[in-house]
Design a protein. Structure first.
Ligand code: 5AD
Ligand code: SF4
Length: 442
């Protein structure tokens, strides 16, 4: 039997889909070349905004209509529970994000419909990886206990749980032996690693750097793994940007100089209503600390426009914060009330057209800001790991620098392996791309 996984949502879901594939392959199923020749298709869903959920459900509906064995996995399933079969009559199985480990058994049994919302099989899913590839996501912290007013994630992904450091280090060492060069450590608030359960401090042992906090200790331990060249992690929050974290960025060359630090709003009033736990000033302090030793340290963010009660003044505060922070890139989202969250009880009072307008304004601001920031890098040489040919121009190769910036340069497709390092001298800048030429080793 052949299967295919189709993914929506964040990196957490990309990682979960990889685990589903690895477990299916281990159970003897074959990954199909495309969707047409698949017998079973699993749609891994997101529910962070209504639109995201609708997309995944629409996709699964098409598969049911096409007569495939269709399964829906992920966050939307957990939110909908049994109602998922009302929304999708004919759906064969549905599993929440902590139950994906059960999918091979469900498909092997073939007794449909099936619904799984528990956390059985989570251990296997956390540690299963598909072979091949030069970079990998590794979940270090599952779930979230933050309870921001607008966010459905804690409801669907459960409580925060830090994996033991020894397990993480063993997993990354095994990945490195298989050729993985870059890892991205994942957690909804990854900087909280080791803070809730017993993992700290016994689990992430103190190394020569003498850190007392668990996440910097973990970075030190992962840095020591041979073969790993780059370490990224996401997502972060300002209070997690401690002096020790900044020191880890500065002292460990493998730790990439980029942090995705969602701000959501630049208005203290809105931040308080969201329950974000920081002020505008505290956020900007965190950004300044990250850039204190390297002005080109890349900071990217998420912003919500049209949160309940967001006035023109609040919105302008967000605009000015974004300029002050000098974001290298930003992702703008129009507020979408999620049932059961605190903000869903407040009136969704910013009209649709106004959300759209604010979205467009921030996008245009970022375009200008991205261009400004990237232009400063002209003339510098960036170390880039190749990711294959450029999507826009087949005669160019594409990769990323330490700051996660996309870099493109002239080169024959196939002249470099994916994951291979090259130095690129930057000759031009666009808002989201740097253009350059490969520096031939002297
Ligand atoms: N409406 C709009 N955007 C949201 N996000 C999370 N919940 C909502 C919501 N209810 C955004 C946040 C988060 C990103 C992943 O999605 O900006 O950082
Ligand atoms: Fe990721 Fe959140 Fe979407 Fe789930 S709901 S896939 S955690 S963005």
């Amino acid at each position: 039997m052949k299967f295919r996984v189709h993914t929506y949502g964040c990196q957490m879901n990309v990682r979960d889909s990889e685990a589903i594939e690895a477990l299916m392959i281990a159970a003897g199923f074959e990954k199909s070349a495309g969707e047409d020749d698949a017998d079973v298709v699993i749609v891994n869903s997101c529910t962070v905004r209504e639109k995201a959920e609708e997309k995944a459900i629409g996709k699964a509906g098409n598969l049911v209509a096409a007569g495939k064995i269709a399964g829906l996995a992920g966050c939307a399933v957990q939110r909908l529970g049994e109602k998922v079969f009302k929304r999708l009559p004919g759906l064969d199985f549905a599993v929440g994000p902590r139950a994906i480990g059960l999918i091979p058994k469900i498909v092997a049994d073939g007794r449909y419909p099936r619904l799984e919302l528990g956390d059985e099989g989570m251990g296997a899913a956390l540690s299963s990886h598909v072979e091949g590839g030069w970079r990998s996501f590794v979940t270090v912290l599952a779930g979230c206990d933050n309870r921001c007013s607008y966010c459905i994630v804690p409801d669907v992904r459960g409580h925060e749980y830090s994996r033991p450091a020894a397990e993480i280090v063993a997993e990354i060492s095994a990945l490195a032996r298989r050729g993985v060069k870059e890892v991205c450590l994942l957690g909804q608030s990854v900087l909280r690693y080791g803070r809730r359960n017993a993992a700290w401090p016994a689990d992430a042992p103190s190394g020569p750097a003498g850190f007392s906090e668990p996440f910097p200790r973990l970075l030190e331990a992962v840095s020591a793994i041979d073969g790993i060249e780059r370490i990224r992690f996401t997502s972060a929050y300002p209070k997690g940007c401690t002096a020790e974290l900044v020191r880890a960025f500065r002292e460990f060359p493998k730790v990439c100089r980029h942090l995705h630090l969602p701000v959501q709003s630049g208005s203290d009033r809105v931040l308080a209503s969201m329950g974000r736990g920081y002020t505008r000033a505290e956020y900007l302090e965190a950004v300044a600390a990250l850039r204190s030793f390297d002005p080109e340290f890349a900071v990217t963010t998420d912003v919500i426009v049209g949160y309940p009660g967001e006035t023109e003044e609040d919105f302008e505060a967000t605009r000015s914060l974004m300029d002050e922070a000098g974001f290298d890139n930003s992702f703008i989202f129009k507020y979408s009330p999620r049932p059961g969250t605190r903000s869903a009880a407040m009136p969704d009072d910013v009209p649709k057209e106004e959300k759209e307008r604010r979205d467009q304004v921030l996008l245009a601001d970022q375009e200008r800001r991205g261009l400004e920031r990237n232009s400063r890098l002209c003339g510098t040489v960036r170390r880039v790991l190749c990711e294959g040919r450029s999507k826009r121009n087949a005669g160019r190769l594409s990769g990323r620098d330490s700051g996660n910036r996309i870099v493109v340069w002239d080169g024959e497709p196939g002249s470099m392996r994916d994951g291979e390092a090259v130095d690129v001298r930057i000759t031009g800048a666009l808002a989201q791309t740097l253009v350059g030429e490969a520096v031939t080793p002297a």
